[in-house]
Design a binder for this molecule. Structure first.
Ligand code: KIV
Ligand code: ZN
Length: 524
């Protein structure tokens, strides 16, 4: 489809490919499927589901998304190698609307140092690859990696050749986040003016955020005629990340009079999707992040509050409800019923099955007994804390901690296994959290190497819930766990237990790990 002359900008989401490449952002297949379903509900045009040739796990995830997600185009990345392209096709061929996305670097720096290939050889390889991809799939995208640092004349030759070979989308990435808006605008104009056949294809923009200009550069490309924007939820991605989907979409919507284009995004799903990706990846959204940050619609100064009371447009250019944030943050209480809870969950953008809803409602009731006020963020945290790849086999029945200044912390746990075993164990540690972690390890036989521990408050107030995210290593594999509770030691223990259960559920996991070396853990 040629979108070049139209006013419709296609949104190509690469959260599951470029976003997942960010350190600590890797996702399980089930998590990827959940994100892909949220992207479908957000109404993105294209989901880049992964890089099928990268690993068997990546292949399986792309294949599962292709099979299950209806609506958007589902695409896999491939280098300009026949093996990669064939693997990409095997993974996406089950999709209703499959796409193969091939790329090769074109800049002088990459040609000389990375590829050690001459200009002509790169064109030849690009053309052969697009032709092979086209022999398998009707929808082929070509990316000239590091395009923004490529000589414009040579880039135009590459682009003309791959259009001739059958590519229908041409992506011009700013791979290093190096360009600036007017320079990038000129590069797109150059291609539009000098490449034969450019009006037959969709020009695409793909920006990284190394200098903080990914969104601004993408907007400049749209002004110059790009009609596909590649972006990620919350801007996650390599190094400083990619162009943020929610920011570019709201910039195009809020300033539609200026840009004269539109997207097909259901903007009310932006906030729930952002929360979902943040919870799954453990990458928290900064409070002051544009569009979806906690403070994006908060007005603190008296002058602003006064203006807002007189008319919201005085200090608000977007309405929170347009991005899926509820104005009445204070929602339900301990007397609220299941029906009201279900409604609120749906308003927050979650589509839970009956079983998930029952679990969340039971947790909600327990929490509402302990907390004065329940906020949307509390409900989201409850939903997210239950969003692991299945549950169990271990359940924490009781946790006792003794700690104080100048004393050794001690932790005792009572654990129940799905096979009916009850295990009581205790351990000491430098602090209450460490004591709890060690008691869990002793009880379950799973020994983890903690790499990162993050605690944040889900809402404000003294009785706010604490959300703990842990990143740990087990057998050379990295895992992430999440726990939420009004008691922060318990939140930590639940996050650790989340990982222990993930390890136990992995096929081939040993029954018990070797115990920690003596001295690192002590019985009480
Ligand atoms: O940044 C980049 O150049 C990429 C390409 C592979 C599209 O991610
Ligand atoms: Zn990229």
């Amino acid at each position: 489809m040629n979108e070049a002359a139209s006013n419709r900008v296609m949104i190509f989401d690469t959260t599951l490919r470029d976003g997942e490449q960010a350190p600590g952002c890797s996702m399980t297949q089930r998590e990827k499927l959940r994100v892909a379903a949220a992207l479908r509900d957000l109404k993105v045009d294209v989901i880049e589901a992964g890089f099928a040739a990268a690993s068997p796990g990546d292949f399986d995830s792309v294949q599962a998304i292709a099979a299950e997600i209806e609506g958007p185009v589902v695409c896999s990345l491939a280098r300009c190698h026949p093996g990669d392209i064939e693997r990409a096709w095997s993974a996406v061929q089950g999709a209703r609307r499959p796409r193969i996305h091939v790329f090769i670097a074109t800049s002088e720096i990459h040609r000389t140092y990375k590829l050690q290939m001459a200009k002509e050889e790169i064109i030849r390889r690009a053309v052969e690859s697009v032709k092979l991809a086209r022999s398998l799939c009707a929808d082929v995208e070509f990316s000239a990696e590091d395009a923004s640092r490529t000589e414009p004349g040579y880039l135009a030759d590459v682009v003309a050749a791959v259009i001739e070979a059958g590519a229908s989308t041409i992506n011009v990435p700013d791979t290093l986040g190096y360009t600036v808006p007017d320079e990038y605008f000129s590069l797109f104009r150059h291609l539009k003016e000098h490449v034969a056949g450019i009006d037959r294809v969709t020009l695409s923009v793909h920006c990284h955020n190394d200098l903080g200009m990914a969104v601004a550069n993408s907007l400049a490309a749209v002004s110059a005629g790009a009609r596909q924007v590649e972006c990620t939820i919350n801007g996650i991605g390599e190094r400083a990340g990619n162009c943020s989907l929610e920011e570019i979409v709201m910039a195009l919507k809020t300033r539609s009079g200026h840009f004269q284009v539109e997207t097909g995004i259901d903007t009310r799903r932006l906030y729930p999707t952002s929360r979902l990706v943040s919870s799954i990846t453990g990458m928290h959204v900064p409070r002051n992040k544009a569009v979806v940050g906690e403070n994006a619609f908060a007005h603190e100064s008296g002058i602003h509050q006064d203006g807002m009371l007189k008319h919201a447009s005085t200090y608000e250019i977007m309405r929170p409800e347009d991005v899926g944030i509820s104005r009445s943050n204070l929602v339900l209480g301990k007397h609220s019923g299941r029906h009201a809870f279900r409604e609120r969950v749906q308003q927050l953008g979650f589509n839970l099955g009956e079983e998930e809803l029952n679990r969340a409602f039971a947790e909600f009731k327990k929490l509402a007994d302990r907390k004065k006020e329940m906020f949307d963020a509390d409900i989201e945290a409850i939903i997210m804390s239950g969003d692991s790849d299945g549950t169990g086999p271990w359940q924490l029945e009781e946790l006792h901690i003794t700690a104080g200044t100048g004393t050794i912390a001690a932790g005792a746990v009572r654990m129940k296994h799905a096979d009916g075993r009850i295990v009581n164990e205790a351990a000491v540690g430098d602090g209450p959290v460490e004591a709890a972690f060690k008691a869990l390890e002793r009880a379950t036989g799973v020994v983890l190497e903690l790499q990162n521990f993050e605690l944040r408050s889900v809402t404000t107030g003294e009785d706010a819930q604490g959300e703990v995210t842990v990143t740990v290593d087990h057998g050379g594999r990295s895992y992430r766990g999440l726990g939420v509770s009004t008691d922060i030691v318990q939140a930590g223990a639940l996050a650790y237990l989340d990982v222990i259960n993930r390890v136990c559920r992995r096929a081939g996991a040993p029954e018990r790990d070797a115990a920690r070396p003596a001295g690192r853990i002590a019985s009480v």
